[in-house]
Design a protein around this ligand. Sequence first.
Ligand SMILES: *[C@@H]1O[C@H](CO)[C@@H](O)[C@H](O)[C@H]1NC(C)=O
Ligand SMILES: *[C@@H]1O[C@H](CO)[C@@H](O)[C@H](O)[C@H]1NC(C)=O
Ligand SMILES: *[C@@H]1O[C@H](CO)[C@@H](O)[C@H](O)[C@H]1NC(C)=O
Ligand SMILES: *[C@@H]1O[C@H](CO)[C@@H](O)[C@H](O)[C@H]1NC(C)=O
Length: 536
Amino acid sequence: MFRSPLLLLGILGLINACSGLTTLTLNHTYPLSLELSVQICVGHLNRLNPNTYYTLGSQGGQFPTYAANDQFWLDTLHPSSTPQNKDLLQFLLQDCLPILGEVIEYNYEVQREFAPQIVTASISLYAVAISTSVETPAELLQAIRTYNLALNVTSEWSELTALETVKRVFNDYASKFPTKTSVVKIDPGYKYAGDHRLESQIFEFFSDGDTTTAVYGYDDFVPLFGGDTYEAETNCIKEHNIGQVASTGVNNIQFYSSFGAIEKPLDSNPIPTITYNASKTYVAFVVGDGDNFWHLKNNHMKLFLQRLQFCTADPSTCYPMSWSIAPSASQYMPDIINYYSDIALNTTKDYFVLPPSGSLYSYPGLMSSDVQKKYIERMEGDMNIYNTRISVHWEWFYNWRHTISTYFNSWSEYTTERTGFILANVPYLLPMFIFRLKEYRIIGENVVLFKPNEWRYSSAKQSHTTEEMGDIINGFKPGYISPVYMTVDGSLEPIQATYDLYTEHLEEWVEVVPVECLVELVFEKESLERGGGEKE
Ligand SMILES: *[C@@H]1O[C@H](CO)[C@@H](O)[C@H](O)[C@H]1NC(C)=O
Ligand SMILES: *[C@@H]1O[C@H](CO)[C@@H](O)[C@H](O)[C@H]1NC(C)=O
Ligand SMILES: *[C@@H]1O[C@H](CO)[C@@H](O)[C@H](O)[C@H]1NC(C)=O
Ligand SMILES: *[C@@H]1O[C@H](CO)[C@@H](O)[C@H](O)[C@H]1NC(C)=O
């Protein structure tokens, strides 16, 4: 029995010190329940020594898995490793079970809905959950008898309802850990997340209630208004600030996060000083959807590479670009973020901003006042890491006035630095009434809210072709200041589209600037309008 992580670490260190990386392919050659056992093992092993990497084959769905992208990251981040591909059953029998020595018996067909709780129990018991399905290979069934049975879910949970299993798991296992960092909402999605829930004691469906807490996974059960209405919602935002880390469909998070979180501010490109000219129009391009780990790992990868290629081919058409990036990615996929940061430095024109709505995928306007203040402190830390004073912020259409009088008002009391928020309405099709005649609104001394100027191809109502977007921007009245927020979950290709826009459709008076400059430009514009050209 190796219940102690330190002891395990010692043993794993000896075993793995000289061996290379193991890769596993979860492409449904084996039953799903066996793949879940593999993910649990990968999580346990990587938690102590990041040496095992798995691809999910290529599967469709809203968040498809691309084996090729996993291969890209493996080659890019670990170029000198010589990975050995291993058969899943052999991996379980040879590499995992002998080391962990603990098993949990359950039956996938009957107890499938308990999968999250079973994974949680596996975390706590340093055990491998094995299903006694008819499809389970005989050698693996045999392992249930060979190793120590830490828990028999088949017998012990047979009479329990789903709610009772959650309570049981909380009392028996999760509550015994000193820190309870996170809750996980899974299924759909559990089959991708087995490894990552082992990270930092991520447990199911509970929170310690007084610190900022995240939900992992992605809530897309209620696809109204174009699919994203309730995604960021949990019923616990008000009291506990349970926002979300959208991580569905992303494997190897345990592996990526084992190489050390980014704790110091990333190097970033200097922000140019731009003198406001009332005859010009100022726009900034912001790539959206970086709140979502799937986009960060898959879509952003292609877009960053494309961007590097465009900027390298012709630096004269390398206009500034800002990218929304989930702050939690600096913890859970630090090397991927470092890679993007390198590209940003190489182009000299790329910047990071916080995604909707800042630290977590959440609606801060729904939080209680105390929680809002804690959230602001957390945002401040995240802004420092990414060297930005900008966040995308979304909120339910009916809640803006309340959000301004509470959350943004607290921001203005809190911050001594000028800080900008690019607002987005949920649902995005509805108009927003808080801006009156201007394209921005200043709260207190330092906080600027920007009117949304969204660009997406996904819905008929807002599908602007590049020509149409050019007409919109060229048609802004002189002096207009506007971030163009581009969502990539439709068919918009933001790098190609902004390139076409920039090189073919923008008038001479339109200047594309880093989004960070917009805030300063607003204050310059205000002081010009108030004081007849005097700067403060
Ligand atoms: C699944 O992956 C294994 C190991 O790489 C490979 O041998 C097998 O051919 C793959 N099966 C399918 C259906 O792709
Ligand atoms: C677990 O419980 C089931 C149901 O009672 C039983 O059939 C099975 O033998 C038990 N497993 C072990 C390893 O004892
Ligand atoms: C960025 O540039 C440096 C120096 O030219 C180079 O070593 C590095 O590989 C580049 N990074 C990327 C991601 O292209
Ligand atoms: C201000 O912008 C207009 C339009 O692009 C340009 O013609 C003019 O020269 C600019 N003024 C200064 C002082 O740069």
